[in-house]
Design a protein around this ligand. Structure first.
Ligand code: NAD
Ligand code: WQD
Length: 334
């Protein structure tokens, strides 16, 4: 099976490429490198011992995308490409709507023209209304809090409409919770530009002395230790979820939605304490005011993916912290 990964040199795409190559899939990647580096292609090849065809192109350019599809003869597409910073999306909503929606519409046009019938899309837990009962079920109320989340919700709807209109297009929408961690090789991982917004890359940089201390946003939430609860999932488990989605989509008609999480919530302090037990208490932290827009607690109902995709996570919070630390150390040497 030949699969095109859009945004395949990014954090989740690169880990998925490794899992698919290891499993015998033929993988091609298109990425504009707006949030990734070309050297990741070589690292994917180094880990797997297999070759990857890479196109440095922007999905917003339909002529270039058309050329890729003309050559490709893909059996399936996994669509990771897009902008993903929540705060930036509030400041630059039009850029987010334009990039995320236009790239998806271009992709769907090419899939239609070249008769590609299988699509897996990276959605997010942030499409859910935070008023939903816990754990979040796929059938829960949808009400994203920011433009980034709204691009995900709109794309979900566009994909469903296109499945209905075409009749022969099947899609699996995966709503990721909080992916963290890295491949055990330490060669690929999460490497955001500038000061990280997300918890784990901030922690690893404090541990390596690149940042002074972690601000924990809020310690007066109604949770066991006052800090927010999230469903952290090892990125390699998440990547395996895509392989299972590819297995499922072979015989699927229409569109299905699955949460990808562990089903367990951990607090910010759980993550920091686990990390500190591994690195020798290098992560200094201070309590800071709540971050605007943060929900107190969210985690997945993981039962639909378990039953429908046979998805079960393998890695613990300790594994997630160890692999993230290993990647940051490895990344710092060079
Ligand atoms: P990432 O930024 O590391 O990867 C996205 C990749 O897409 C990057 O390599 C970037 O260069 C590329 N890209 C962006 N716009 C493009 C365009 N117009 N044309 C071609 N390439 C383009 O992000 P990630 O964490 O790997 O996330 C992958 C997908 O999963 C995204 O759609 C993201 O919204 C979604 N997601 C991520 C998380 C998370 O916490 N990381 C959670 C939920 C959903
Ligand atoms: C996790 C917890 C923070 C940084 C975001 C997106 C979501 C999805 C995943 C893409 C929260 C706390 C964080 C710090 C802290 N992405 N924190 N100090 O906000 O759950 O989800 O990433 O789809 O859409 O919103 O993840 O890693 O930013 O935060 O205390 O310096 O860590 O308050 O409780 P979040 P996160």
């Amino acid at each position: 099976m030949k699969v095109l990964l859009t945004g395949g040199l990014g954090y989740i795409g690169s880990h998925t490429a490794v899992e698919l190559l290891d499993d015998g899939y033929e993988v091609e990647i298109v990425d504009n490198l707006s949030n990734s580096k070309e050297e990741t292609k070589g690292k994917i090849e180094q880990i797997t011992g297999k070759k990857v065809v890479f196109y440095k192109e922007d999905l917003c350019n339909i002529e270039k995308l058309d050329e890729i599809f003309k050559k490709g003869k893909y059996d399936a597409i996994i669509h990771f490409a897009g902008l993903k910073a929540v705060g930036e999306s509030v400041e630059q909503p039009l850029r987010y709507y334009e990039t995320n929606l236009l790239s998806t519409i271009n992709l769907l046009k090419c899939m239609r023209k070249y008769d590609v019938k299988k699509l897996i899309f990276s959605s997010s837990a942030c499409v859910y209304s935070m008023d939903n009962e816990l754990p979040f079920k796929e059938t829960g109320k949808l009400s994203p809090l920011n433009p980034y989340g709204r691009t995900k919700l709109f794309i979900e709807e566009i994909i469903k409409d296109e499945c209905f209109a075409r009749g022969d297009l099947s899609a699996i929408i995966l709503r990721y919770f909080n992916p963290i961690g890295a491949h055990k090789s330490g060669l690929i991982g999460e490497d955001p530009n500038g000061i990280p917004n997300n918890l784990m890359p901030y922690i690893t940089r404090v541990a390596l002395g690149k940042l002074d201390h972690l601000n924990i946003f809020g310690h007066d939430y109604h949770t066991k230790d006052g800090t927010c609860i999230r469903d952290y999932i090892h990125v390699v488990d998440l990547a395996r979820g895509h392989k299972l989605a590819l297995d499922k989509i072979k015989d699927l008609k229409g569109c299905e939605v699955y949460n990808l999480g562990t089903g367990t919530g951990y607090s910010v302090l759980d993550v920091v304490n686990t990390f500190n037990s591994i690195c020798g208490d290098k992560v200094r932290y201070e309590f800071a005011p709540r971050r605007e827009g943060d929900s107190e607690c969210n985690y997945a109902d993981a039962s639909k993916a378990k039953n429908g995709l046979n998805f079960k996570t393998k890695y613990s919070l300790k594994d997630m912290c160890e692999s993230a630390y290993n990647y940051e150390k490895n990344n710092t040497k060079k």
